[in-house]
Design a protein around this ligand. Structure first.
Ligand SMILES: Cc1cc2nc3c(=O)[nH]c(=O)nc-3n(C[C@H](O)[C@H](O)[C@H](O)COP(=O)(O)O)c2cc1C
Length: 212
């Protein structure tokens, strides 16, 4: 039996992650652990895109769903990221859970979620957030806070007595992973790295262990 010692994240320093054959199951475990340990937003992830010239861009978004089909977030389609993904439907994600000293990286093609899926998620949002989705012309110049509040008031009045429908410019994207890497802190920077790889969305996952 392998000797086990406590890691800085409270997990066992054994080979468990390398025995895993399913990246989504492993991700589910790590996200659940992050949910217990992180002070806020354990589902926050850096989303990297690139524009038409190949210049990278990165910002935080919230993971709102994941399964074997991919990792989903929601946004304004006319924002910088929305336009970049329309021009170049590829992205990378990076989760870093400081409290766990762990990182997960994802790369893949990007597709829009269905209108039904976006409608269903939009319906779960607080009404003020739904109104915000109408009021914000995300990533475009804003002359003042007052100008934003005016837009919010306009849509709050419009939807005062009815349900807020999803704006046509607001939806979700799914990153369909071709590569998912799990990184775990180990002493003296001799970290664990496990990468899952597949050719295309229907391919079989294979794993590789990487030098730190
Ligand atoms: C923790 C965190 C979570 C965020 N989640 C989202 C999100 O889910 N969707 C979104 O559109 N923006 C989100 N934002 C704001 C984005 O980081 C960004 O400012 C905004 O989407 C505009 O990005 P863009 O100009 O590159 O399109 C979040 C910011 C932070 C710090």
């Amino acid at each position: 039996m392998t000797a086990k010692t406590e890691n800085s994240d409270g997990a066992k320093n054994d080979e468990d992650i390398f025995a895993s054959g399913n990246p989504f199951e492993l991700f589910r475990e790590w996200l659940a652990l992050a949910g217990e340990k992180e002070p806020n937003d354990p589902n926050a992830m850096a989303l990297a895109t690139a524009d038409e010239d190949g210049l990278p861009d990165v910002r935080m978004v919230l993971l709102k769903g994941f399964d074997e089909a991919g990792f989903v977030f929601y946004t304004n389609l006319e924002s910088d990221k929305g336009r970049e993904l329309a021009a170049n439907a590829k992205a990378a994600l990076c989760f870093h859970w400081k409290s766990l000293r762990r990182q997960v990286r994802v790369r893949g093609q990007v597709e829009r979620v269905s209108d039904a899926e976006a409608d269903a998620y939009f319906a779960t949002r607080a009404k003020d957030s739904q109104i915000g989705a109408w009021a914000s012309r995300q990533s475009r110049p804003l002359e003042s806070r007052f100008a934003l509040e005016k837009e919010v008031a306009k849509y709050a009045a419009k939807y005062a007595l009815k349900e807020v429908d999803r704006p046509p410019h607001w939806s979700g994207f799914r990153i369909v992973p071709e590569r998912i890497e799990f990184w775990r802190d180990r002493p003296f920077r001799l970290h664990d790295r496990l990468v899952f790889l597949r050719e295309g969305a229907q391919g079989h996952w294979r794993t590789e262990r990487l030098f730190p």
